[in-house]
Design a protein around this ligand. Structure first.
Ligand SMILES: N=C(N)NCCC[C@H](NC(=O)CCC(=O)O)C(=O)O
Length: 448
């Protein structure tokens, strides 16, 4: 049977804006309150999806969430009509208003952790939505993420859906942004690398001092239990707290992997030598071959430059003949040191042979590069056939979604627009139509 890695990219929602909500994420804070362009953001995302589809890769779409989250405002004590609630929130709690408007569900690497059927004891694909407890605006996502994933992978024979972990910082879980799977063919059993920033129950262990470590060791082990993974196929690695303090808020800002390749910055992890030896040992035991570790040294690309350009927030995709391409943001091309590094990388003896650059600037300005925008799901032919076919990219879906964006999205969104009640209705009308296009059923609160 054939196996594939499918990428499900987040469709940018109609309220995409720059609100400065993510302490520890340099781009989010430095672009706070800039004017955004939701239409162009959504189209940049669609272009990337279409390009990967055209490269012959399996590409899907993950629907955005309803924003503003009026239920969250009601739960926090604001009452009356939608217009009244927005006015009160603007007057008394503008930070809360900005948070409930965030289109952050676009970064679907944070939607869930996914374990393919070749790794799990019951041979089903397992999904656990990430609770995203560390940031209020993101903690609003997991319930709806779960519903959308269930509508995309709605078949009990092949797919197992778990509830997100308890909503508490002890189990802070940022999903696939801190999870990488290594394998030979996508259908072979893999080694799942879970990366965490701190231990929740042991304060003597290393932890960052300036910025938050969003993801805990305890969350990693819980997801691994839920997904019925075997210890021989799992490695737990701690992020270097110093890089978190330099703005590496997720591991996918400093490392990316695919099949037998780990592309990483030398400062990414703690106990690097020991952990990569364990990873290689477990990989070799399953596959009779070794991993490729592609290490980038600080004197080649500094951590600061990596955070600025998102060199590691790239996608490593299989392009056949045991070769891979890097899907990189335009910022990598624009940086002299990073583009020089990439030029020489593709000539080295590694499977990485090509680089494709994409303009995802609207997302980058909130700290989201190509890798943040996608959730990877390795699927067999049969599992792909059991997936909701309406969410899979095609020439037709690309056209339909571009028209849908043209019809419903604004060209500009600034802070003052957030009290405009017509934006609430615009967003609902757009999403209601989208659930029909993607055949998702009633996944949003306003539809239930
Ligand atoms: N690395 C991965 N996988 N995802 C990137 C997520 C970016 C997101 N930015 C934001 O939520 C900023 C929103 C704002 O400030 O308006 C975050 O910090 O969680």
């Amino acid at each position: 049977m054939k196996y594939f890695e499918a990428n499900f990219d987040g469709l940018v929602g109609p309220t995409h804006n720059y609100a400065g909500l993510s302490v520890g994420n340099v781009a989010s804070l430095s672009n706070a309150k800039d004017v955004s362009n939701p239409k162009s953001a959504a189209k940049q995302g669609l272009q990337k999806m279409k390009a990967l589809h055209d490269m012959g890769l399996k590409q899907g779409v993950l629907a955005p969430q309803e924003r503003p989250d009026m239920n969250a405002l009601r739960r926090l004590g604001f009452t009356g009509s939608d217009a009244n609630i927005l006015q009160q929130a603007k007057q008394h709690a503008p930070q809360i208003l900005r948070a409930v408007y965030s289109a952050s569900s676009m970064w679907t690497a944070n939607a869930a952790t996914v374990s393919p059927s070749s790794d799990t004891a019951d041979k089903k694909v397992h999904f656990t939505p990430a609770n995203l407890t560390n940031k209020f605006h993101r903690s609003l996502e997991p319930e709806t993420s779960g519903r959308i994933l269930q509508a995309m992978f709605a078949n009990d024979e092949h797919f197992a859906h778990h509830r997100h972990l308890p909503d508490n910082d002890h189990f802070g879980d940022e999903g696939a942004a801190n999870h990488t799977r290594f394998c030979d063919d996508y259908g072979q059993g893999g080694i799942e690398m879970f990366v965490y920033g701190r231990y929740a129950f042991d304060h003597n262990k290393p932890a960052p001092v300036k910025y938050p470590a969003r993801h805990t060791f305890e969350a990693c082990t819980a997801v691994s239990r839920l997904h019925q993974l075997n210890d021989s196929g799992v490695v737990y690695v701690q992020q270097n707290p110093d890089v978190i303090d330099q703005g590496v808020f997720h591991n996918d800002v400093i490392a990316v992997g695919n099949q037998n390749v780990l592309f990483y910055h030398e400062q990414a992890f703690l106990n690097t030598e020991e952990k990569l030896t364990e990873l290689n040992r477990k990989y070799a035991a399953q596959n009779n071959k070794e991993m490729h570790f592609v290490k980038v040294a600080s004197n080649q690309v500094s951590v600061e430059e990596a955070v600025k350009t998102y060199l590691f927030n790239t996608q490593l995709v299989d392009i056949g003949n045991n070769e891979m391409a890097i899907i990189a943001p335009m910022e990598c091309k624009e940086s002299a040191s990073v583009s020089a590094y990439l030029d020489q990388l593709v000539s080295q003896n590694t499977p990485i042979k090509k680089v494709h650059f994409f303009d995802v600037k609207q997302s980058m300005r909130n700290g989201g590069g190509p890798a943040c925008l996608r959730l990877r799901v390795a699927l067999s032919e049969q599992e792909l056939a059991a997936t909701n076919q309406h969410v899979l990219m095609s020439d037709q879906l690309f056209g339909t979604l571009n028209n849908w964006v043209d019809k419903h999205y604004r060209d500009e969104l600034s802070e003052n627009d957030l009290i405009d009640p017509s934006l609430v209705m615009e967003s609902r009308t757009a999403l209601d139509e989208l659930t029909q296009i993607l055949n998702l059923g009633s996944v949003y609160d306003f539809q239930r």
